[in-house]
Design a protein around this ligand. Structure first.
Ligand SMILES: Nc1ncnc2c1ncn2[C@@H]1O[C@H](COP(=O)(O)OP(=O)(O)OP(=O)(O)O)[C@@H](O)[C@H]1O
Length: 217
């Protein structure tokens, strides 16, 4: 598949070109490449924030090109996403940001209380449940975004630079959390520049170079 952003200078070529890969269900893949190589764009396609300009995309067995809106909405609910710009809801507390997805899924409030509190404790924010995201540090906000992405144990987790604002110990803790989710069956893709993390945890990588996939295994 290929991706062009509307309005981008046509002489600069497509942002993603001839991407062809099959990520097995239950796999863990790093998404690597220099700044501007197309990592975020690839994750935006997989999270259905964008559609490919050409080619076929299948996510969790659903053909994105052909799927109806209801099927795409179901697919979005089965995906957890950590966006590079986090996209926390500023008017909601930390607790409510993380609880939102579980509420949309109709979970009973006592169960939500339990799951959200446990998840926020795990990421070290057990004392910040009631504050608004803007009063947190960058690293704390990043951990809220991660908690929100994984709290419903999604079959697909997409994380774009989820550890950029964290120290090494916290980064290791979060990737370990992703590994746990992966061991329970979720497919996990993590875009990162952190080579130390990649070396430490192993796992195959999708490597992008100027919009092309140069390695995927
Ligand atoms: N909304 C957009 N409109 C036009 N061009 C875009 C848009 N978003 C990204 N691009 C371009 O697409 C290319 C790939 O960008 P992308 O953000 O996917 O790279 P990246 O590998 O995630 O980079 P980084 O590591 O810096 O986050 C870049 O040339 C960028 O300028």
């Amino acid at each position: 598949m290929a991706l062009r952003y509307p309005g981008r200078d046509p002489n600069r070529g497509a942002v993603l070109q001839r991407i062809s890969a099959d990520i097995p269900s239950g796999g863990f893949r790093w998404v690597l490449g220099a700044s501007g190589a197309g990592k975020s764009s690839l994750l935006r396609l997989l999270s259905l924030s964008l559609k490919p300009t050409s080619g076929q995309l299948e996510v969790l067995g659903v053909s994105v090109n052909r799927a109806r809106r209801a099927a795409l909405a179901r697919l979005r609910r089965r995906t957890g996403t950590v966006f590079q710009d986090l996209r926390l809801l500023g008017e909601l507390s930390v607790f409510d940001n993380v609880a939102l997805r579980l509420r949309l899924d109709g979970l009973p409030e006592d169960r939500i209380e339990l799951e959200v509190t446990e998840m926020l404790r795990f990421v070290g924010l057990g004392r910040k449940l009631d504050v608004r995201p803007h009063s947190l540090s960058g690293g704390e906000q990043q951990r809220v975004a991660v908690a929100r992405a994984v709290v419903h144990r999604p079959p697909l987790l997409l994380a774009d630079e989820p550890t950029g604002a964290l120290d090494e110990k916290q980064a290791i803790r979060l990737i370990s959390l992703f590994e746990e989710l992966n061991q329970m069956g979720s497919t996990v893709l993590v875009a990162t520049h952190n080579e130390a993390l990649v070396r430490r945890f192993g796992h195959p990588a999708l490597v992008l170079e100027r919009g092309r996939l140069v390695s995927h295994g």
